[in-house]
Design a binder for this molecule. Structure first.
Ligand code: HEM
Length: 218
């Protein structure tokens, strides 16, 4: 592997093109551009619930894992926030009224599989979601507040608000340092990068499925 390039740089660079695609996907463009109603945003938030359940239900068991443990921090956990958002968006009976798209089920199943059988692979999923939420997620939050009238950092967009992380830039620096210090060899690092690419593919598939079921108003 590229001896002198930090792992955090390699993983970011390797997912750069997929990141651009995700940002410019039809669904995201329509959603953030205001072409879709709050239903589409709600449907997206529902899918996130399944993905973060998979990430966070496994997190507790991975705390002691030598590779993954350092990444697990409760100030990142999102399930509670998503549940508050869904209560606001869908009403108190939301758990009986939501469903996972097949693409979401496949994504969540892969996260669970990594958590059970390959902890370094779980790191790829952790990175892809949480570092993205701390970055581009802030753009999504601002647009959502504006498009659908949610209170600033309030119910509906709590998923994007990390109350416990007051300095996201510093947090991301520390996170990258953790990536750089990850205790695996170069071959395994390459596998983690491949898994990160897979994580982006899963997100793209969820966006495609959401795009198919939510069409902009004519
Ligand atoms: C409209 C949608 C999106 C926008 C506007 C956006 C925007 C951004 C921006 C501006 C950054 C750079 C932050 C920085 O350098 O500190 C970033 C980083 C990141 N985004 Fe996104 N993003 C979007 C969607 C996504 C999606 C769907 C994913 C994957 C699920 C994702 C994953 C990431 C990751 C992992 C990083 C961290 C890269 C690194 O520094 O290693 N983003 N995003």
């Amino acid at each position: 592997m590229h001896q002198n390039i930090p792992f955090s740089t390699l993983i970011r660079t390797a997912s750069h093109d997929q990141h651009t695609e995700a940002e410019n996907s039809g669904f995201m463009t329509n959603l953030l551009g205001g072409a879709l109603g709050v239903d589409a945003y709600t449907r997206y938030t529902e899918q996130l619930w399944y993905v973060y359940r998979a990430l966070e239900d496994s997190a507790h068991a991975l705390r002691e894992d030598p590779v993954t443990g350092p990444f697990i921090r409760s100030d990142l956990f999102r399930v509670g926030e998503i549940e508050r958002d869904l209560t606001h968006l869908r009403g108190p009976g939301w758990p009986e009224r939501i469903s996972a798209l097949p693409a979401t089920r496949a994504y969540a199943a892969r996260v669970e599989e990594c958590a059970r059988t390959w902890s370094a692979g779980y790191v790829a999923h952790h990175y892809t979601r949480y570092l993205g939420d701390l970055s581009g997620g802030q753009i999504i939050r601002a647009k959502a507040e504006k498009n659908w009238g949610f209170a600033h950092r309030g119910d509906g967009v709590r998923f994007y608000v990390f109350e416990g992380i007051t300095n996201p830039a510093a947090f991301k620096r520390d996170y990258r340092a953790l990536l750089d210090a990850i205790g695996v060899d170069d071959l395994e690092k390459q596998r983690v990068i491949d898994e990160c690419n897979r994580a982006f593919d899963f997100n793209a598939a969820v966006f495609r499925a959401l795009g198919e079921e939510t069409r902009p108003a004519a």
